[in-house]
Design a binder for this molecule. Structure first.
Ligand code: SF4
Ligand code: SF4
Length: 441
């Protein structure tokens, strides 16, 4: 039987729009834009100035802090500007503009490395210098993730890809299975583990077969078939399904003895060692009803999303919504000027929302939100607390455990947007907890 967790729900996934199409390499793009925030952690400083020539794989922004990850140029060319620019978080972020000379001259620093002859610190240093972060969207620096304070027993590659529409990881499984396992083996060595795990939802059976057929596959690599259910790819739910362990409330995966990396992250690790190229390229799904030819593209970072949409044939219908990421947890965008970063996994162009919400709808007490919440919370109680602005009540009902998967809103027959209310009060609870901690309570 396929591994899974309690709760969750199989939602219509629309993956058929792209999952059988070969990944498309983009043609040259004239201008690449590199926001200096593509990770969680310390802010970066530009290492280049306007007028400088840069090469493919050259580091263009970095910080001296451990919890950070440098940014590299994905093309060769000239730095034409450094200024605040659109970012898929919704804010303006300082960005480096590079005019592509289309020669793709590779930086002298780029060279293959033999991971088998390296010790843990050397491996982590290569991963850090390659700017690798959670490429599925999280953006947490991978060298930090692979340096847990606790001894861990599991390294898991997350191939669940449970958000509707997105097939970027699925295409990696079909076209880059060797790299996924190679990246996993590097992570296993960094964590001193003999075995590695790859969790894949059963709606990607050919992906599972492809990974098993890889020349890198062996008996210490365990492919775990996961039930197709949202949010199977959320870290806590994935760890529960594969290890049977619970991540403690307020804790990290390492507290349950596990480290999870995304499929795209494993591929980026493989590239950093096999070719020496840093995190400058990734699969991005462009899908939804508004675009003419939904596709998965292999994209050099810095390409404006408007260019991606052109390559997907442009708009067939007027989009009601553009989303960076999946429809459940992604971020709605104001325009298509923002560039692809290391954490962009998809661009969705949606003509009509799957569901419209009624802010005043009364709860009919059906209990569906409770039955399906993957964190075993009582979402309607959190909504009550939010409406009353009752921080203590929200805390009592464990709001900080909410992973903001949006399933309660999706599943509610009264069309209540529960997540919206949860997001309204959650920061207040976080503030209260921080203050209590500072006061030594
Ligand atoms: S958004 Fe939060 S409360 Fe709602 S189902 Fe997901 S984890 Fe549960
Ligand atoms: S799913 Fe909606 S209607 Fe049902 S209990 Fe939850 S909030 Fe109320």
């Amino acid at each position: 039987m396929a591994a899974t967790f309690k709760g969750g729900f199989h939602i219509r996934d629309r993956k058929e729009l792209t999952n059988e199409k070969q990944t498309v390499r983009l043609p040259d793009c004239d201008m690449h834009i590199y926001p200096m925030r593509q990770h969680i952690g310390a802010p970066l400083k530009a290492l280049v100035s306007v007028g400088d020539k840069v090469k493919v794989g050259q580091k263009i922004a970095d910080s001296g802090e451990f919890v950070s990850a440098p940014v590299h140029s994905s093309v060769s060319g000239t730095v034409t500007d450094i200024k605040p620019y659109f970012h898929d978080s919704g804010s303006m972020v300082e960005a480096i503009f590079v005019e592509n000379d289309k020669e793709y001259t590779v930086s002298d620093d780029v060279c293959p490395k033999d991971y088998k002859s390296m010790n843990r610190d050397e491996l982590l240093s290569v991963i850090r210098e390659a700017g690798i972060v959670g490429m599925g969207g999280a953006g947490f620096p991978t060298h930090v993730k692979l340096s847990p304070k606790q001894k861990v027993d599991y390294i898991i590659v997350n191939g669940a890809e449970c958000e509707p529409y997105i097939t970027s990881d699925h295409r990696y499984m079909l076209e880059n299975a060797d790299d996924i396992i190679y990246g996993l083996k590097v992570a296993m060595k960094a964590l001193d583990l003999e075995d590695g795990y790859i969790g894949v939802e059963l709606n990607k059976k050919n992906g599972i077969e492809s990974v098993k057929a890889s020349k890198e596959y062996g008996e210490n690599i365990h492919i775990i078939e996961l039930k197709t259910k949202y949010p199977q790819g959320a870290e806590k739910q994935l760890i529960k399904a594969i290890t049977g362990r619970n991540v403690p409330a307020g804790g990290l995966p390492a507290d349950a003895g596990a480290v999870v990396i995304n499929v795209a992250t494993a591929v980026a690790i493989a590239n950093a060692f096999k070719t020496g190229l840093p995190a400058i390229e990734k699969n991005v799904t462009v899908s939804g009803d508004a675009v003419k030819n939904p596709s998965v593209f292999r994209v050099r970072t810095g390409v404006p999303v408007s260019f991606l949409i052109e390559q997907a044939g442009g708009f067939a219908n007027v989009p009601e919504k553009i989303v960076s990421g999946g429809p459940m947890m992604g971020i709605s965008q104001y325009n298509t000027d923002y560039p692809v970063t290391k954490t962009t996994s998809s661009v969705l162009t949606i003509t009509k929302a799957e569901k419209t919400y009624d802010p005043d709808a009364p709860c009919i007490r059906c209990g569906r939100c409770v039955d399906h919440c993957p964190m075993r919370l009582m979402p309607m109680k959190l909504v009550q607390a939010s409406k009353k602005d009752d921080v203590d009540m929200a805390q009592r009902y464990n709001i900080l455990e909410c992973i903001e998967c949006g399933l309660c809103s999706y599943i509610c027959p009264a069309n209540k947007n529960l997540l919206q209310f949860i997001r309204m009060i959650k920061p207040e609870v976080m503030k209260k907890v921080r203050e209590e901690k500072n006061n030594g309570k």
